[in-house]
Design a protein around this ligand. Structure first.
Ligand code: ZN
Length: 246
């Protein structure tokens, strides 16, 4: 599951990894907290018209990436707040789709390494996603009415934080880099100079690829919440051996 602030964030973000995993048999779902109704330069533009257009763009991009579906939470663009109502909406999404892994922003990034302010909606969406994953989605006593409505607690095992200043894992997206660019192309309302943007995104992917010796990659900060059962037993065996050795 990918949780982001705006339509297009997921395609600038984890579209390469998402489409690679989906191509390999995973199921993906995208959650956009806002519909990008403030994503323009013209104050006379009807924000609802823009929101509709951007939802259409995101749905087209989501088809290219291969998500099973997209949820728009219709929160205000530029006014997203990590509050209890937003977290409840995200917990509902998580408990409905039951993802093993969630991709979201890194809530600790206010200023990107190399410059640039991380948009307030990106920060709010990232913090809300992290808080929804842990503890709320896995705690049956958080939003207890959800449980009574049949949405059982769910444990997300891994969080992949995109646009982080401290990436520590890289996912090979060499096979899906082109698809990521095609998905980005869907966001026509946001692309004044598409080719320049695509070149920048491709450059970033190949830069990241160099870290692991592949053509293209995306870097993430990984948070492991629950290890896979096999990994856990391996860790236990390792622990036992260590103790025996000591
Ligand atoms: Zn954005």
């Amino acid at each position: 599951m990918v949780i982001v602030g705006h339509p297009d964030d997921a395609d600038f973000g984890p579209a390469g990894a998402a489409s690679a995993w989906i191509a390999a048999g995973a199921e993906g779902w995208l959650v956009c907290c806002t519909s990008g109704d403030a994503g323009g330069e013209d104050p006379n533009l009807d924000p609802l018209d823009l929101a509709r257009a951007r939802e259409d763009e995101q749905r087209r991009a989501a088809e290219i990436v291969g998500y099973a579906g997209v949820t728009f939470l219709h929160q205000p663009d530029g006014g997203l707040v990590n509050d209890l109502p937003l977290r409840e909406m995200l917990v509902k999404e998580i408990r409905t789709f039951k993802p093993d892994a969630v991709f979201c922003g890194d809530p600790e990034v206010v200023i990107h390494d190399g410059g640039g302010i991380n948009h307030t909606d990106h920060r709010a969406a990232a913090m809300a996603a992290v808080d929804a994953v842990y503890p709320a989605a896995r705690n049956p006593m958080a939003f207890p009415w959800l449980m009574r409505d049949g949405l059982a607690a769910h444990r997300v095992r891994r969080l992949y934080l995109m646009w982080s200043n401290q990436p520590d894992v890289w996912i090979d997206v060499s096979a899906t880099a082109d698809r990521k660019i095609e998905a980005l192309r869907s966001h026509a309302s946001q692309l004044a100079e598409p080719e320049a943007v695509f070149a920048r995104v491709r450059g970033r992917m190949s830069e990241q690829g160099e870290r692991i010796g592949v053509a293209s990659a995306e870097g993430y900060r990984l948070v492991v919440l629950d290890q896979d059962p096999e990994e856990r037993s391996e860790a236990q065996v390792a622990g036992t051996t260590e103790k025996a050795g000591a």
